[in-house]
Design a protein around this ligand. Structure first.
Ligand code: ATP
Ligand code: MG
Length: 710
């Protein structure tokens, strides 16, 4: 037994060992990124099992299903026979299992599209705006309320807007009950209610004697209440977290629950881990500089292991296409993550990866760009242009802009007429019975313009839809009526213009979209490149990390700041934490990219970048890097690469101006050298083969060229 425990403790530092072997009792491990919280939690499970704790008495809560899966796999390698009976999973999956075991009948779950449809229908009946943004805002709000155990019957509201929400919430809950459905938040609420019953609570308290929770900072009220109740009797609660990585405030999570723990359990043992094993000192330093700017936080010690690497590096491509190109030039098999604040920002890079057929994984579930409603609208116009019988497309765009065909009767009439006359659905629209003059005019105009669309190129086509067909007018009105941020409403449309540049015409654009969507539906386990939002990257780590699109508008994200004044500061700090989470995913290379233009406009860098040393562009001068001079830059990159990559195949990577014969460079291993010859490298990457004469020897080195730095 001792030897096993030694095994679980091997490679751990003093503080980590203390955490793994802490006495049974309430324990919180409070520590920064990469300090081994998840590692300690996993070893703690092994330790407890080794101490004779029965696996069925152990509950381990992870933040994502993927994390649960990974932990199970790790545990299975060491104790395969016991892993089966452990309770490991997300709050949702664990609570669902509890309900099932109690014999509580679980009804069918509403799918997200059904939820949307219900909300939309109710809003329609109340003559409220029913666009996707509004619907999803309401849905989030319902989730937020449930997470905070706020129910409609107890809501005191006065403002018109809040009354609408309360009534919607109530109607939604009632309808669910009547038809016998649940949404996923009902799982949490149901367990909370189930444990109100004393005998049931006792049973589960004895069952879940040891509860371990990862990412505790992102817990919400209902989850917290259930955990505390369960742990109250045996007090064997072991949680790990980092308040600096709390990024789900908008969903009702609250890191202050970490501090509340001491009130619940005065005997709480707190352990702080201070060594970051993940990242190089340079990455730790720069991310530390950032997070220090937050006022609302618990200080914690952070040091590195002394591992050296390149300084985090700024990329300043001209635009998002160049950004994608530059990042792809790094395809060398190193485990790489490309992270972004919002899914739309990944459009250029995803398109480029698909085009170049570089395998990559992307976290689905994130609304992908081509699924956004504005994009679907534009595509529907194109589809209709090529197929005048595409009913889905007609239904989608008929009132964008308004042509005053409401309800569903006209659809039947349309079919009917088309069948009788042999004309297409598009052709019979203006001939529908009972139309007013102005409707006939509008429909005729649309018919003609949609037909013209098929002859246009893709970029021209989008402009045509926007200006001639009147889609922009529709969006303007939409933004105005729903109070949505105009810039954000137009964002997908602007992005489509960029996407279209690679496609000859609408047909090619439709094909491209289908190709991307098909790619995203398939899993790509072999991928070394991983694309995901900042949010999804939490808890993960990668050798090389690119953060893209770090513009002012996206970080802090405009929408996140649309909160009442008293919440602005908190929202701002949550956005800073989000950048911090993303930066701290990197093990050895971190690139922060901010293109000079985005969708053809100058947006300027995120204000957070200034906090970590990014120099703003002055007048027409080029952007500066962290290391100011070319010479220093060259040296730094050369140094780094020589250490990392020269062992096997001499290769150095420059994000630097073209090298030329006669130039002197300094190399950490070979010293000062003079370039003799530069020849292009074969292959996809824009690389160069350089012949260099060092004192006493001539070497051939490879480097890849990133074009942005002049
Ligand atoms: P995050 O806050 O980002 O979730 P974390 O605190 O959970 O980070 P881990 O993911 O557990 O950190 O560990 C980060 C990395 O450091 C992992 O690769 C892990 O294997 C490694 N690591 C942890 N402890 C040690 C140690 N004592 N010696 C060497 N490597 C370690
Ligand atoms: Mg972790």
């Amino acid at each position: 037994q001792t030897s096993n425990i030694e095994l679980f403790l091997s490679n751990l530092n003093e503080q980590q060992r203390e955490a793994v072997t802490a006495p049974f009792g309430p324990t919180v491990v409070f520590a920064g990124p990469g300090s081994g919280k998840t590692t300690v939690l996993t070893r703690r499970v092994l330790y407890l099992l080794e101490q004779g704790v029965q696996p069925e008495n152990l509950m381990v809560v992870t933040f994502t299903r993927a994390a649960a899966q990974e932990m199970k796999e790790r545990l299975a390698q060491i104790m395969p026979e016991k892993v089966q009976s452990l309770m490991i999973g997300t709050f949702h999956s664990l609570f669902l299992a509890m309900l099932r075991e109690e014999g509580i009948r679980i009804p069918a779950f509403l799918s997200p599209s059904e939820q949307n449809q219900w909300i939309r229908q109710w809003l329609e009946e109340q003559e409220q705006p029913t666009d996707d943004e509004t619907v999803s805002t309401y849905l989030n709000q319902i989730g937020l309320c449930k997470g905070n155990l706020i129910f409609p019957q107890f809501m005191k509201v006065q403002k018109k807007k809040n009354v609408v929400f309360r009534d919607l919430y109530q109607a939604y809950e009632e309808r669910k009950q009547q038809l016998g459905y649940w949404d996923y938040d009902d799982i949490l609420v149901a367990v909370y209610r189930m444990l109100q019953d004393e005998s049931c609570l006792h049973k589960w308290q004895n069952r879940c004697r040891h509860i371990l929770v990862d990412e505790f900072q992102d817990i919400n009220r209902v989850q917290y209440e259930v955990l505390i109740r369960l742990a109250k009797k045996h007090a064997c609660l072991f949680v790990v977290g980092d308040d600096d990585q709390a990024i789900y405030g908008f969903r009702g999570s609250d890191p202050s629950y970490m501090l509340h723990l001491r009130k619940e359990f005065p005997q709480l043992k707190q352990i702080v881990l201070s060594v970051n094993y993940r990242s190089t000192d340079e990455i730790i330093h720069i991310s530390d500089q950032l997070i220090r700017k937050n006022k609302e936080r618990q200080w914690k010690p952070r040091k590195g292991t002394g591992s050296k690497g390149p300084k985090p590096f700024w990329l300043e491509p001209d635009d998002e296409e160049k950004e994608a190109e530059m990042i792809l030039s790094y395809s060398d098999g190193m485990e790489t993550a490309i992270l972004y604040r919002t899914a739309t920002q990944a459009r250029a890079i995803v398109d480029a990866l698909v085009r170049k057929e570089i395998p990559f994984s992307i976290s689905t579930g994130d609304h992908t760009f081509y699924q956004r409603w504005q994009v679907q609208d534009l595509l529907a116009y194109f589809r209709l242009a090529y197929d005048p019988n595409d009913l889905d497309a007609i239904v989608r765009i008929i009132n964008k802009p308004k042509r005053y065909l409401f309800g569903e009767e006209w659809i039947d009439a349309c079919w009917d007429l088309s069948r009788r006359t042999g004309k297409s659905l598009l052709d019979v629209l203006p001939e529908l019975p009972g139309l007013e003059h102005y409707q006939v005019r509008l429909l005729k105009e649309m018919q003609r313009k949609v037909k013209d669309l098929s002859a246009l190129g893709s970029v021209e086509g989008i402009r045509w839809i926007r200006q001639e067909i009147g889609y922009d007018r529709y969006l303007e009105k939409f933004a105005e009526e729903t109070g949505n941020d105009r810039t954000l409403v137009f964002e997908p449309v602007e992005e489509m213009l960029l996407a279209a540049r690679h496609c000859k015409d609408g047909q090619a654009l439709l094909e491209h979209v289908a190709r991307v969507e098909a790619y995203l539906r398939k899993p790509h386990p072999e991928a070394q490149v991983h694309c995901m939002t900042f949010h999804k990257s939490k808890g993960l780590e990668f050798d090389r990390v690119f953060l893209i699109g770090l513009h002012a508008m996206y970080l802090p994200h405009r929408r996140s700041l649309q909160v009442p004044d008293h919440r602005k500061q908190a929202a701002w700090e949550e956005e800073r934490r989000l950048l911090y989470v993303a930066m701290t995913r990197a093990k050895s290379e971190l690139y922060l990219s901010v293109s000079q233009t985005r969708q053809g406009k100058k947006l300027g860098p995120s204000p957070f970048l200034k906090e970590i040393g990014f120099k703003e562009r002055e007048g027409d001068a080029a952007y500066h890097e962290i290391a100011a001079t070319t010479e220093e830059r060259t040296k730094r990159i050369t140094n780094h690469l020589s250490r990392q990559q020269l062992k096997s195949q001499p290769q150095l990577r420059f994000a630097h101006e073209e090298l030329a014969p006669g130039m002197k460079i300094r190399h950490i291993k070979f010293g000062i050298g003079t370039i003799i010859q530069v020849t292009p490298l074969e292959g996809v990457a824009p690389g160069r083969k350089v012949l260099i004469r060092f004192a006493g020897q001539v070497k051939t080195l490879h480097y890849e060229l990133s074009r942005q730095l002049r």
